[in-house]
Design a protein around this ligand. Structure first.
Ligand code: DAH
Length: 355
């Protein structure tokens, strides 16, 4: 074979090089372009040629090496792309990675359960602002102007900035009873005209009090309050609704006990205990041997509150109740330290899967 023929033959083979992976590309590089490769060997022979022959074959030799290098580079690129496409293509038969489903917050679980229980007897949810004014949090609820709850100790007042025209009585609500006053004033006209027959709402939400944070107190917590206003609502209606709630929440055998109490916005007022769900009322460490644990405040809406909200207290009466969501969660799950509810430690939160 003449040198030209050998160049041509090698060139044909180089042009036809094929590879399916990186290793094959490397093998081809070794076969043709490494020191002992076929192209390099031919170059060694070329070096020994006469000047004239070098001039004759030089270009063809260079073209051969060039083509071998380009072809190898192309092959390298192709195999890399093939690997990437294979990786990115979804394999629909593959076992999926396990999905980490989060858990619901215990306070959300309890709040939803309270809402669910009362919604079955006709209550709907009402919402209101957390940044409130004195009128809705205290004024309309029959708090005397000098009532200690307004004191700086309990209430976070929002300071007005210098020169600002904003009223001075802006504060963070200390209870969700403020939503009740909003609902009542808003519905008063419809109740008067007969367009609406009753108010039956639940007011869930966050409330704020100026308290030092400890295991038993926090500067914010959650409440669900209830309000029912219609004609001829009696204390017996209140008692029955709360008994139903206690049984649904803590079990069929739960008993309730109403103790006289005082709230400015209800008359008469009561605090409700349930029979201790841990010892069944026999007395244990949890209920301090009394057999009862306190869960909420309640009462008949004070006629002063109805009138202040524009509802005729001679025609309408109603009951109200309010409970702390943390308190119920604490009873249900026996969480002793309130701070756990707001620290968002997943080791704590992961323990609550459902109600
Ligand atoms: N607002 C009271 C509190 O924050 C709880 C309460 C008691 C609400 C009696 C009521 C009620 O609606 O009737 O401590």
């Amino acid at each position: 074979m003449t040198l030209q023929e050998r160049i041509d033959e090698l060139q044909t083979r180089v042009q036809q090089m094929q590879a399916t992976n990186k290793e094959e590309v490397e093998a081809l590089r070794i076969k043709y372009l490494s020191k002992k490769g076929e192209v390099s060997e031919l170059f060694n022979e070329f070096k020994a040629l006469s000047k004239e022959q070098k001039a004759q074959f030089g270009q063809a030799m260079n073209r051969l090496r060039q083509e071998a290098e380009t072809r190898l580079a192309d092959l390298r690129k192709t195999v890399e792309n093939t690997v990437q496409t294979a990786q990115s293509k979804e394999d629909l038969t593959r076992t999926p990675d396990p999905i980490q489903i989060g858990t619901r917050h215990p306070l959300s679980l309890v709040r939803e359960q309270i809402i669910d229980i009362f919604s079955r007897i006709g209550f709907t949810v009402a919402d209101g602002p957390e940044i409130e004014d004195d009128l809705h949090v205290f004024g309309l609820l029959n708090f005397a102007p000098e009532h200690p709850a307004r004191d700086m100790q309990d209430t976070f007042f929002i300071e007005k900035e210098e020169g600002e025209q904003q009223p001075t009585d802006v504060l963070l609500r200390t209870h969700t009873s403020s939503v009740q006053t909003r609902v009542m004033t808003e519905a008063a006209e419809r109740l008067r005209s007969g367009e609406q027959q009753a108010i039956r709402v639940l007011c869930p939400g966050r409330v704020y009090r100026n308290e030092a944070i400890s295991a038993r107190a926090h500067c914010f917590f959650h409440q669900v309050e209830g309000l029912y206003i219609a004609r001829n609502v009696s204390f017996a209606d209140l008692r029955q609704a709360l008994l139903y709630f206690a049984k649904e929440m803590f079990g069929e055998n739960t008993k309730i006990r109403l103790r006289p109490s005082y709230f400015p916005f209800t008359e008469p007022s009561a605090e409700m205990d349930i029979s201790c769900h841990i010892c069944g009322g026999k007395g244990c460490g949890f209920c301090k041997q009394t057999g009862w644990v306190e869960i909420l405040g309640c009462g008949m809406v004070d006629p002063n509150v109805l009138d202040a909200c524009g509802i005729d207290s001679k025609e309408f009466s109603g009951y109200a109740f309010g409970m702390g969501v943390e308190r119920i969660a604490n009873l249900k799950y026996r969480v002793k330290d309130l701070r756990l509810f707001s620290e968002n430690d997943v080791r704590f939160l992961n323990q609550f899967v459902s109600c």
